[in-house]
Design a binder for this molecule. Sequence first.
Ligand code: HEM
Ligand SMILES: *[C@@H]1O[C@H](CO)[C@@H](O)[C@H](O)[C@H]1NC(C)=O
Ligand SMILES: *[C@@H]1O[C@H](CO)[C@@H](O)[C@H](O)[C@H]1NC(C)=O
Length: 485
Amino acid sequence: MIWLVLLLLISLCFFLIQVKSQRPKNFPPGPTALPLLGNVLCLCSDNPLAALERLRRTYGNVYSLYIGPRAAVVVSGTQALREALVTKGVDFAGRPQDMFVNEVNEKRGVILADYGQKWKEHRRFALMTMRNFGMGKQSMEQRILGELQYTIDHLEKNAGKVLSPQTMFHTVASNVICQVLFNKRYEHHEEFMITLVNSFCEITKIINGPWAFLYDSFHWVRHLPLPFNKAFEALKRLKNMTIPVINEHKKSRVPGEPRDFVDCYLDELDKRGTDSSFCINELLMNCLVLHAAGTDTTSNTLLCGFLFLMSKPHIQERCQQEIDQVLEGKDYVVFEDRHKMPYVQAVNHEVQRVAKTVPLSVFHATTKDTELMGYSIPKGTLIIPNLSSALSEEGQWKFPHEFNPENFLNDKGEFVKPDAFMPFSAGPRLCLGEGLARMELFLILVTLLRKFRFIWPEDAGEPDYELVFGITMTPKPYNMKVEIR
Ligand code: HEM
Ligand SMILES: *[C@@H]1O[C@H](CO)[C@@H](O)[C@H](O)[C@H]1NC(C)=O
Ligand SMILES: *[C@@H]1O[C@H](CO)[C@@H](O)[C@H](O)[C@H]1NC(C)=O
C-alpha cells in the first residue's frame, strides 16, 4: 500500500505539468479525468463497486472512464449490451492489447487474441474439436459422467459427515478439461495438479489485485521489480509442466486418430504446415488458457448453486422429485433429458444468474470507429461489458434481487430464457466453452441431487450469499453435510 501511495504521489507531480485530458467528440459522458491518472483515484476508494454503480446512476448505461491515460467505456443493461455485443458484434469484438493479462498470456491463446485471422482460426478449431468431431471414441457426456464417478465415491465415503466442497468441485471442473485436452485425469494431491492449482491461483490473485491495475494504468511501472512479476514466474512453471505432456503426445499419437485436443491440434499442424497461425507455442498457451477459462468459472458456479440448494431445501426437494420421475429405471442422466426437466433447468439457470460468475466479461475493444446508443466510440477503445448488470436488471426479471427459479418459468411451468440472460456473454466472442459448461452444470447437478441430499450444517450459522469480487466471483468458503438418499 505504501508503494501505491508513493506511485500516486509521483503521478500527481506529472499532473501538475500536464494539460487536462480531453474526451473525444460525442464520447460517452463520465467523471472528469485527471491527466495520466485518469479516474484511478475514484476507483481506489474502499468500495470500487459501489463507486462504479454511482457512476452508472449519474451518467447512464454507457459511460466512460479513464484508467490511467486509457479511455474505457463501461456498458450496462440488456439493451446497450445487446447493441454492442450482438447487433454491432464485429465492431466490438476486439480485445485490448498491451495490458497485464496479455503479457501474462504472452499474447497467445484464443481468449485474448485480437479480432483477426489467428483468433478466427483458433476459435473455429477449438469449437469443432470440443463438439466431438473426431476426438476419440468417448463423447463429451461420457467424459463428464466418468469424471463425476470420482466425486460420487468421495461423497459416499463422507456420507453423514460435514465436508468442504471447494476442492471437490475444482477437481471435477479441472479434470473435465484435462480429459478434453490431454485425455487424462489427475488426483488433487498429485504434483501436477498441485502446481497447476497453485500457479493459476497466484496469477488470478495478481490479475484481480491492485498491481495489475497499476501495470495497466502506468507504462513506466512495468520494469520495476513489483509483485506482478510473480505472475510471470507462475506462467513459466505452468509452461514447464505442460511441455512434457505435449511431447509425450507427440511420441504416442497415431496421426489421424486423435485421442484429445492436443492430438487434434497436432493433426491440424500436419495439415497446415508451418506457414499458418498454428504452432506449438500457440498449442501450449491454448491448453493453459482453456484450462484457466473452464475451471474456476464452472467450480464457482457449482459452489454458488449448492449454497442456494442447501439453504432452500424445498427447491432442492422439488428438483429431486422431477429428477426421480424423469430418470426412473435409468442408470444415468444424459444431456438430452434436460428438455423433460423444466424445473431443474430453471434452477440451473437461476444459479448462473445469481452467481454472476464472470461479472465484467472479458474486456473487449472496438475494432473500428463505431457508435453505441448514439455515442461515438473510436477504434481501439477499451470496452467493459457489465454482464452482471443485465443479470439483475429491474424490468427484465420477475424477481431480479432474489434466488427464485420462477425467473425462468412461464405461467404454464415451462422453461423460458429471457434475453437478459447472458452469463456467457453474446455475439462473436460468446464463451467458447458454453456448450461444455452447460453440459457439465446440468449433468453434475442432476447426478448429485439424484444420489445425495445436501444439508446446511446445523452449527454453520446463517448462509452468507455475498460473493467475493474478481474476474470470477467466488462464494465465501462454506461446508456442506451430505446424506445418501
Ligand atoms: C460457468 C462457466 C463459464 C462461464 C460463466 C463463462 C463465461 C465466459 C465469458 C463471460 C466470456 C467472455 C466472452 C466475451 O468476451 O464477451 C468467456 C470467454 C471464454 N470462455 Fe468461458 N465461461 C465458462 C466456462 C468455460 C469453459 C468450461 C471453457 C472451456 C473450455 C471456457 C472457455 C472460454 C474461452 C476460450 C473464452 C474466450 C472466447 C473468445 O475470446 O473468443 N469457458 N467465458
Ligand atoms: C522445469 O521442469 C523440470 C522437470 O520437468 C525441472 O527440473 C525444472 O526445475 C523446471 N524448471 C522450472 C523453472 O520450473
Ligand atoms: C455492474 O453492474 C452491477 C449491478 O448493476 C453494479 O453493482 C456494478 O457496480 C457494475 N460494475 C461496473 C464496473 O460498472
